[in-house]
Write a protein that binds this ligand. Sequence first.
Ligand code: FAD
Length: 306
Amino acid sequence: MLRSALLAAARSGAVRGLVERTPLTRPVVRRFISGDDVDAAVATTGELLADGRYVTLDHLGEDTRDAAQATATVEAYLDLLRRLELAGHTGRAEVSVKLSAVGQFLPVDGEKTALENARRICAAAGAVGTTVTLDMEDHTTTDSTLGILRELRVDFPWVGAVLQAYLKRTEQDCRDLAHAGSRVRLCKGAYREPAAVAFQDKAEVDLSYVRCLRVLMEGSGYPMVASHDPRLVAIAGELASRRPKSSYEFQMLYGIRPEEQRRLAAEGHRVRVYVPYGDEWYGYFMRRLAERPANVGFFLRSLITT
Ligand code: FAD
């Protein structure tokens, strides 16, 4: 119930205004978001890399209906990539891109614009020696995003995909993408989805995650295990035990289970932290609250006591 309400609020303009206007929200937001600008993002990246972790950076923003905004997002990624190169970070830091932030939902030529914009980001990433992963959004975008992924991979074969275990289609998508050179981030899925397309029961989502993980680990691609769930992390470790440690990685979100991130890195696993930055934090923040009721308590307590 609470998860559903928070995910509905994540797409509500009225609630957004309310949450954003509350100055006391900021300290809580800071737990999950590195900062408002590229300086903060590069500084956080430096700290994580120095600590032995890898990074993927997300310039926050999504669902744009405005072509100028989509272009501004592309420029922000190009600036970020330049700054990462200048700082010498591109060996272990890449970027994550939401296609809805670069034009996928534009009323005219949305997919075409998103493809062209993503192409510009991929060209810039390739030029500085790093990679791009396409985030996955709600199920209405899955076919479009996988289609754009296929197009991008013709020129940039290293572009990564995200698949969501809560979708019933995902086991088959994993089979399709478990080939050599294919980078696939497997997550549970963060959106509110109907029962016709997605498992609703947490146990069913977890079982689906394990089936998908098995397909990816038995394939010849590069699985990226994106979960904070201790059971799934342990199962992934078991399934990966016969693989070289350089042939897969764990991924977790900035601010979530940092001790576990360090523990896995100390055991010699590759651990990549997803670092969001920018002032468009609302949708991302609400999805994090929806994932864990304890975070809502933390948020409400901070409103009362700050
Ligand atoms: P859960 O069952 O949610 O949590 C398991 C345990 O992890 C909890 O018991 C708790 O101990 C800890 N935990 C989980 N969440 C939190 C939290 N918010 N705060 C504190 N502790 C927590 N989703 C998409 O739909 N598309 C994407 O492109 C996408 N990219 C992602 C990239 C990365 C690197 C990661 C890690 C996640 C991504 N997600 C994405 C989000 C994902 O789908 C899940 O919503 C999110 O990871 C929570 O699921 P979980 O596997 O961690 O398990």
